[in-house]
Ligand binder design. Structure first.
Ligand SMILES: Cc1cc2nc3c(=O)[nH]c(=O)nc-3n(C[C@H](O)[C@H](O)[C@H](O)COP(=O)(O)O)c2cc1C
Length: 375
């Protein structure tokens, strides 16, 4: 394991939580039980968002196959689709796992991810039981795009700002000051609206983005969409490399709209370059889910080495110093046109000043242009 992951080089404090490094496993298969979470921490990840869980009587039945890949003609995977649901494990098993993991890895940040139906008592019970079992903080899944939205959960809630605010406030009330992040769905026209609602409900930050609603392909022999289950499919969540540009844009929109509000960036992080881009766009921590699924937990070594080298190259004292540093370079398209016009005018003025240009127009007027206006 790379030493920069644990020696303090990349350490930061976010919402009062001390991260040894800003790299967090995003909620999903790489955080689906104590065994895999332990492997992530052993590899050096600073935090883990556990696979989303709900109270035991919530109906969760997964199908097989439930993943699909988008590949280039050369065979490289650039996009990944899943129709996986939240955890199908009893919540009581999660309580045992949370305790086991936190006892074994006290210096890492363990975040519980929760999702429930629109019921205050259920959200609050789930929240405090996670904290009691050892979670440092919580992420609220307002963003799962398939399966549960049919029953008003996940993205269905995340697309309703009033609900986001209310449910966030229920959880904040239940967890006694522990930070709560709301995970945003990208399947909405303006991601700033639910994020503002989460903040108004008392969230300490947001995680963005969850997967983008998609269908990864159609089998041209059978005419069936993939992944195909009993001859049928359903729209699922798109992730990995291909979604990064969309995620970066959304993180940038959030960071610009709510300066100083915590953002945990996620979507297509496969390398240190990707992770640094999320930090420059305003993320204080960076999550990856499909990355470790396809590349292994050890990918965090390259994330750490690359980020440490970047900070040194730009003389940033720490991760915090780099957060949002690319945001000032965004403007409206209208302003880009103005900037370009101003540059062209400056260049023309500079050219006109050269000796080779003398005599192309009226010589006396050219000389007159160089006379100080005060004389
Ligand atoms: C197979 C799979 C299962 C996922 N399950 C969850 C989940 O239970 N809860 C959640 O909040 N996000 C879930 N996600 C979404 C990821 O945490 C992440 O937001 C998304 O995949 C984009 O990041 P990535 O490109 O790094 O994977 C899942 C993603 C995948 C690929």
């Amino acid at each position: 394991m790379s030493s920069v992951l644990t020696d303090g080089t990349l350490a930061s404090t976010v919402n009062g939580l001390r991260f040894l490094n800003p790299f967090i496993i995003g909620s999903g298969p790489p955080s689906t039980n104590a065994t895999v979470i332990g492997k992530a921490f052993a590899a050096g990840w600073g935090g883990v968002i556990a696979k989303t869980t709900s109270l035991t009587d919530t109906h969760v039945v997964n199908v097989q196959p439930r993943y699909g890949k988008l590949q280039t003609p050369g065979g490289e995977t650039i996009g990944f689709q899943n129709i996986e649901l939240i955890s199908d494990r009893p919540f009581e098993d999660w309580e045992v796992d949370f305790r086991k993991v936190k006892d074994a890895w006290p210096d890492r940040i363990l975040v519980g991810s929760i999702m429930e139906r629109y019921d205050k008592a259920r959200w609050q019970e789930l929240a405090w039981r996670c904290i009691k079992a050892g979670c440092d903080s919580l992420e609220l899944n307002f963003s799962c795009p398939h399966g549960h939205p049919e029953s008003g959960m996940g993205a269905a809630m995340g697309q309703n700002p009033a609900m986001v605010k209310e449910v966030t406030s229920w959880v904040v009330e239940a967890v006694g000051g522990r930070p709560v992040w709301a995970k945003m769905t990208p399947n909405i026209t303006d991601i700033r609206i639910p994020a503002r609602a989460a903040k108004a409900g008392g969230a300490a930050g947001v995680a963005a983005i969850n997967t983008i609603l998609s269908t990864v392909g159609i089998n041209l022999k059978t005419l069936r969409p993939t992944p195909t289950v009993e001859g049928h499919s359903t729209y699922g969540g798109y992730s990995y490399r291909a979604v990064k540009p969309i995620a970066l844009r959304m993180v940038g929109e959030l960071a610009t709209d709510m300066p100083g509000f915590t953002i945990s960036g996620i979507g297509g992080v496969c390398s240190s370059v990707d992770a640094i881009e999320f930090i420059l766009m305003g993320s204080s921590t960076v999550q990856s889910c499909t990355g470790p699924m396809l590349q292994g937990f050890e990918m965090v070594d390259e994330l750490g080495e690359g980020l440490a080298a970047f900070l040194a190259q730009h003389s940033f004292a720490n991760v915090e110093a780099a957060i949002g540093k690319s945001l000032p370079y965004f403007a409206t398209h209208h302003h880009l046109v103005e900037l370009q016009g101003a540059r062209k005018a400056a260049k023309a003025a500079e050219l006109a000043n050269r000796d080779t240009e003398w005599g192309k127009k009226d010589f006396v007027a050219e000389a007159g242009q160089l006379v100080s206006s005060k004389e």
